[in-house]
Every structure is written in C-alpha cells, then in structure tokens.
Design a protein around this ligand. Structure first.
Ligand code: XMP
Length: 512
C-alpha cells in the first residue's frame, strides 16, 4: 500500500498533517526526522512531507533529515520549517525575517498552473506561523504564490517534484488547505484511496488470527473507547479465545460496572471476567492524601489484581491492549516543544515481561478518530465511542484528600446528576469533560430551619481539543442552576456547589 511519509521536526501540527491525509483515505505514517532515506525506500513511500518545527535552520545543530530524502525519486513537500530546510539543503538561502508572521495571511497565486495549487482561488486565507524567510530559492525552484509578508509563500520545482509551503495547509484556518494536500497526495504523488476502516478490519482480523493461532488472549477492559474497540475487534477475530477482565476498583462512576456487564457480556457475548476489588483498593488508599502517592497506589493494586486474574484464567499467551498510534510515535523533543505527560498515568507497566505475555495491539496504527470509525463499523454505540475521557485512577483522583467509601458515594451521586443534566441539555458531547470533584472541606448552610455543616462539590466543565490545553466552558446559567439545585437537594451530605473557572495551563483538567 502506498504510504505518504511525514518526517517529524517537532511541529505541534505533525499529527494533524497525518490525520488530514488519512481523512483523504491514504495511508500515512510519521517518522522521526533522523529516519534514513533507505528505510523510507524500503517502506515504499510514494511521497515525503517535511513537517514544520520550532527550530530555526539558521541555528547550529538544527534538526536535518537524511539528504538522501531528496534522492528517493519521490515528490517532497516541505511545510514551514520543512520548506526552509529544503531551501537550505538544496542550495538556496534563508534569513531571519524582520517581521515574524503569525496567524492569518492572504495567499495570492503567482503561478496559476501550479500542480500543488490547482483549483485554489487567489486571495485564499492561510495560517502562518514562522520567523525565518527564504531570501534566495535553490536552482530549479520558482515562486508559485505569495502573501503580504513573503514572496515565497509557495514554491516549486516541477521537474524534481519538490514543493514548499510557508503556511500550514493542515490547519482548519487555511481555507483550501485540504485541496492543497489532496493535490499533493493524489495529483503529484499519484496515490489512490485505499485506506478505509472496513478494509482495515479485514486486514487486522487476518493478522490477529495469524498472530494468535490457537492461543489465548486477555484484555483489560476499562469501558473507555480504546479498550472497548480493541476488545470488539479481537473478539470478532478470535471469539472465545479472548477473555476480557474488568476490574471494579470501587472508584467507578454510578452503575458503571453494570453497564459494562450488560454491554459486553449480554450484547457482545464476550467472555467477561468482572473482578470486584473494591476493598483491596480502598484498604490500600486508606490514609493517603498525596495525589501522586494515590495514583501510584491505585496503579500498583491494579497490576496485582490484574495479574491474579490472569493466573486464575489459566493458559494465556497474549495481552491485548488498546494502544493508539499517537502513543507509538517516537516523540521529537526540540527546545520550545511542550512536553507531553506530566502526571503519572497508570498502565500495565512491566506486566507483559513478568508474566511472559506477548503484546497484541491491533489499534497501534490508528488515530483516535479512526478508532471511533472502526468501533462504529464493529457495532459499538455512540455512548461508548463518544463518551468523555475518564482517568485510569477514576474517582480516586476526584475525591480530594483521603478516599473513603462515604466520600465516593457522595461524589458518585453528584456526578450522576451532572451527567444526566449534561445529556438533557445536549452539552455532554460538546464538552471535552464534565465532572464533579469532592472537596474535603465542610461549610455551613441552612436547610429548612436547620443549620447544616456539609461537603462541597466542585463542577469541572471544560472544552478542549486534545487535553494538552483546555478552557472552562461557558455553560448556560440555567443549566448550572439546575445542576446545583439538584445536587444540593438530592445528594445527602452536600450543601454547596462551586464552579471551577481555571484554564489549562496553568491548572490541569483533573484536580489531582
Ligand atoms: P490533566 O488533569 O493532566 O488531564 O489535565 C489530561 C487528560 O488526561 C486524563 N487523565 C488520565 N487519563 N489515566 C488516564 O487514562 C490517568 O491516570 C489520567 N489522569 C488524567 C484527564 O481526564 C484529562 O482528560
């Protein structure tokens, strides 16, 4: 299958480029910028995209690709930093711009017959973010389009099929960006549409069957999108050779265990082992108030419980996991790049080695939106595929301070009311997350003639694209009013509801 290779120079948009190409039903993979050209040739790439990046080609030790990339005989498209690299490495000249160009620009076409800009109207809005500019084009290149601030907004060498863009076609603020990428992958690289989820299912099922043979697979089901889709796919491939384990850690939301049991055991007829480990988790958490210690404790107990359940199942050779493509991409760390994970996230750590299990990761080639499309093809519902993210340590990191059964119960009831109202007001799927947090303070209230001294619930309602940044959502007052009234009236032990109005950064989405 023809692949478009995206060489990553650390741009925040690298994954967006890859996703846009996949949306055009063409397979693309992201490669570290140091990948040798020979490896790309082996993979059968039909075209190469050099991503943007935070570095300057003028700086010492700026990241460079293998020069062999320009000798592969396939088209190359440089975007932003990628364009400046191409200009520098092929004999042109790049200098610091007197004006940094950020945000919107207006693109004027100079070469109306440019294969890259075919069908794009002049005066198109594009999205810029760059500091350097090209002063002299390499031999063989001509200017194809300009913006107010740059005469080389798009450049091309039609003989060698090298193209460069000073703006970002992959972001939604570039009006005809998608057509430009389509011109590159279809018109210039000659790719055909051959990447579809139904095609992927057939291929993945074959591969799973071949890998697993007559052996057995265990998969930890959390109820989240990734493990649910992985379970549905592996189940379709090998049926009863798969056993899923769902650990009830006592930190789940209201009725969650019941819902998972209904969905998988009843609807999918899947071997599901539900382990009630509430006491183990709560005993281990007793007295702990430090957030990191809580997370680590929950992680360790999870591994112990999971390990024990594998032993109980008996002969198991593979551990299925819903690992996604963004977890697999080798990250490029260049100064100025925001680093990824700050809090410790729990996963199965060294379990596979310890228990001599091979990993089976049938989603490791897919982006989240593709996983959802795959899940839909496999018959999973919108409620499962579009549910909001829920942290592995569950309500354990939403009860601030010590986690106790009583506090969890209060939080669960409050959270269920919030979720109910989010669905009723059609906000649930529009928000990144909406949840309650239990605060370990008591405040005074009055109820009827009585003075109360009860707990506080905080509402965390956020909008986000990828959880790296987030903002508190502007939810209508009437909805907030209903949620607050209902929680205070219906949940015993709560007499005050507050709203969290902090953005990320500097706050985080979860409170712990
Ligand atoms: P923060 O609180 O760091 O969270 O802004 C970013 C996103 O990650 C989720 N989150 C987790 N997800 N295991 C997970 O699978 C975890 O331990 C974990 N901690 C936070 C959080 O809900 C938000 O969507």
């Amino acid at each position: 299958m023809a692949i478009i290779a995206v060489l990553d120079f650390g741009s925040q948009y690298t994954q967006v480029i890859a996703r846009r190409i996949r949306e055009c039903q063409v397979l693309t993979r992201i490669y570290h910028y140091t990948t040798p050209a020979s490896k790309l040739a082996e993979e059968g790439v039909a075209g190469v995209i050099l991503s943007g990046g935070p570095a300057s080609v003028l700086a010492d030790e700026s990241p460079r690709p293998d020069p062999g990339v320009f000798q592969l005989g396939v088209p190359v498209l440089g975007i932003c930093y990628g364009l400046q690299l191409m200009a520098t490495m092929l004999g042109g000249k790049v200098g610091h711009s007197s004006r940094r160009e950020y945000g919107r620009g207006l693109l004027t076409l100079d070469a109306l017959d440019s294969p890259l800009l075919k069908g794009i109207p002049s005066d198109t809005r594009v999205w810029n973010s760059h500091g350097d500019k090209i002063e002299k084009l390499p031999a063989g290149f001509t200017q194809a389009a300009s913006t107010e601030n740059s005469s080389f907004a798009a450049v091309e060498d039609r003989d060698r099929l090298f193209f460069g863009l000073q703006f970002h076609p992959e972001v939604v603020h570039s009006d005809h960006g998608r057509e430009i990428l389509e011109n590159f992958i279809f018109g210039i690289c000659g790719c055909t549409k051959n990447w579809t989820m139904s095609g992927y299912i057939d291929k993945a099922i074959d591969e799973i069957r071949q890998t697993v043979g007559d052996k057995n697979v265990i998969l930890g089901l959390s109820g989240g999108v990734d493990s649910s889709v992985a379970a549905a796919l592996v189940h379709r491939a090998i049926g009863p050779q798969l056993t899923c384990v769902f650990v009830d850690n006592g930190l789940l939301r209201k009725d969650e265990r019941q819902k998972v049991e209904n969905l998988y055991a009843s609807n999918f007829n899947l071997n599901l082992k539900v382990v009630d480990a509430t006491d183990k988790f709560l005993d281990a958490l007793a007295g702990i108030t430090d957030p990191e210690t809580k997370r680590k404790t929950i992680g360790h107990v999870f591994i112990d419980v999971f390990e024990e359940s594998i032993r109980e199942i008996g002969e198991v050779n593979f551990l299925g996991q819903g690992t996604l493509y963004p977890d697999v991409i080798e990250s490029v760390n260049i100064a100025g790049n925001p680093s990824a994970v700050i809090k410790s996230h729990h996963n199965v750590g060294g379990l596979p080695e310890k228990m001599n299990l091979q990993l089976l990761e049938p989603l490791r080639e897919l982006f989240k939106d593709e996983v959802r499309a795959l899940g839909a093809e496999l018959g999973l519902s919108k409620e499962v595929l579009w549910r909001q993210p829920f942290p592995g340590p569950g309500l354990g990191v939403r009860v601030i301070g010590e986690v106790t059964a009583e506090r969890l119960e209060v939080l669960r009831e409050a959270d269920a009311i919030l979720e109910d109202e989010m669905y009723r007001s059609d906000l649930y799927y529009n928000l990144w997350q909406s949840f309650c947090v239990f605060l370990p303070v008591r405040t005074v209230g009055v109820m009827g003639d009585e003075r109360t001294y009860d707990n506080v619930i905080a509402l965390r309602l956020v909008e986000s694209i990828d959880a790296m940044t987030a903002d508190w959502a502007n939810v209508p007052h009437e909805v907030l009013q209903t949620v607050s009234n209902r929680i205070i009236n219906e949940v015993k032990g709560v007499n005050r509801v507050v709203l969290d109005i902090s953005s990320k950064p500097p706050s985080t989405i979860e409170w712990e």
